[in-house]
Design a protein around this ligand. Structure first.
Ligand code: EPZ
Length: 426
């Protein structure tokens, strides 16, 4: 077993460079399947989820060549069977993008039912509804989803709920379908725009990404391309909150400041200074943290993937704050872990009421999912004393070199190896 050990109370100072966006990478890598040539993808984050999806592509027959830490070259032309049935598929939500990519390329696909972080039901009814409108029938047999179309033709999809995954999957299935596809009530996240730009760099015709209506005119062929992934909005937001939580002064480089707007505005509401530059933000805290209310919402609202992190910060802000999770059914599992560190939070359904305390205290805690793990790191960095965080594999799924990046900012953080709970020095 491995644990993160953090000795809190150190101000974070200095510069951190943001890696490529996880949620763009896990959509763009499967999208390579649609290409008739070799694709070179740059600025890929070196994280578990990317390695998982790259391994699945390799298992399916694609030639995946790692050029360097952040660049992959993928030749999909050796994929013979539109089937992805591996344990690894079940462990990762984003593997469901293989459905859209394989369907778009081969008019059929067979993929194991997806897994992913555990915060409530994670249905794919909207994905399947979109596939159906494009002419594909589906069935679920033995834990595998099968989708098949005699002939994929464009159609008019109205999403009942704003879904990133459904928007991605329908885009992937539609780019080579005959005729025009319209996706209404589409997700507008930065990674949706990045995927559209990637597809268009291969010769697709996708317009309107970033708005709630995406129009796609099907094309016959998609060529190989070279593409660089956008910086990770959520990784950047996580470091912004960590800087605020420790009363630090951190320059966060390689960001698209527009993508950070909902996070920047919320931090400023809490009295945090956020200075914007061309491709960087500087976060510092002068006085006391102020309470505020947060409600998550699809982009450009406050990102649900920043909800646990901002809650950790509000736990040490003076006054009572209310956090409403409007995207997921149950994304407060981390609250019990924060309370072990002295946070005063009560949860009722989709609402958490946070009574700010002067400071948190180090304790043994768990990462209950990826962003919950990030929240525990933020709490531990600000806390008095030492915190041990278990199940750090969740954190490593989405944060490249987090120990190195935080250590470079002055954090006292290390990984130790434990043998049935007994800590041994790393
Ligand atoms: C993506 O998940 C992200 N994952 C999640 O980030 C993120 O929390 C989420 O979008 C919202 O932004 C990846 O991009 C790999 P959704 P996804 O479909 O696509 C409901 C992280 O931390 N819904 O936008 O699975 C669903 O239940 C991860 O990086 C349906 O009802 O999310 C939820 O309430 C965690 N039917 C809402 O829509 C469907 O068919 C939004 O889900 C699909 C979704």
């Amino acid at each position: 077993m491995r644990q993160l050990v953090i000795n809190g109370g150190k101000r974070l100072e200095g510069t951190v460079h943001i890696s490529g966006a996880k949620n763009a990478a896990v959509a763009i890598i499967p999208a390579v399947i649609l290409s008739d040539g070799v694709c070179r993808i740059e600025n890929i984050p070196n994280i578990m989820d990317v390695n998982y999806i790259a391994n699945i592509m390799h298992e399916m027959g694609a030639r995946v060549n790692r050029i360097n830490k952040s660049t992959l070259e993928i030749d999909p032309s050796y994929i013979r069977r539109p089937v992805a049935d591996y344990d690894i598929v079940r462990r990762m939500r984003a593997s469901c993008y293989l459905l859209g990519a394989l369907l778009g390329k081969f008019s059929q696909a067979e993929v194991a039912l997806p897994g992913g972080c555990d915060f409530g039901v994670r249905p794919i009814d909207q994905h399947l509804k979109g596939f159906g409108i494009l002419g594909a029938a589906h069935s679920v047999v033995g834990g595998m989803i099968n989708v098949k179309a005699e002939h994929l033709t464009g159609g008019h999809v109205y999403l009942d709920v704003v879904s990133v995954g459904a928007t991605v999957n329908i885009m992937l299935a539609a780019v080579k379908a005959e005729g025009r596809t319209i996706i209404e009530n589409a997700a507008k996240e930065p990674h949706i725009v990045d995927l559209a730009n990637f597809l268009n760099s291969m010769g697709a015709d996708v317009r309107g990404a970033g708005t709630d209506v995406i129009k796609i005119n099907g094309v016959k062929h998609l060529n190989g391309t070279t593409y660089s992934i956008i910086p990770d909005q959520i990784e950047a937001g996580t470091y912004m909150v960590a800087a605020a939580a420790t009363g630090g002064d951190v320059m966060i480089r390689n960001v698209i400041t527009k993508h950070l707007d909902p996070i920047t505005l919320k931090l400023r509401e809490m009295g945090i200074q956020v200075e914007e530059f061309d491709d960087a933000v500087r976060v510092s805290r002068a006085g006391e943290l102020k309470r505020c209310n947060v409600k998550t919402h699809p982009h450009p609202g406050f990102p649900t993937d920043m909800q646990p992190q901002i809650a950790a910060l509000l736990s040490i802000a003076e006054g009572t704050s209310i956090v409403t999770e409007a995207v997921w059914d149950n994304r407060f599992r981390y609250v019990e872990e924060l309370k072990r560190m002295g946070a005063v939070i009560s949860v009722d359904g989709k609402v958490a009421v946070i009574e700010g305390v002067k400071e948190l205290n180090g304790a043994p805690v768990k990462a209950t999912d990826l962003r919950a793990g990030a929240a525990m790191v933020i709490a531990a960095l600000s806390a008095k004393g030492v915190t041990h965080i278990e199940d750090i594999e969740y954190i490593e799924r989405g944060y490249e070199d987090i120990v190195e990046k935080l250590s470079a900012l002055g954090a006292d953080i290390r990984i130790i190896y434990t043998d049935d709970g007994v800590a041994q020095r790393a």
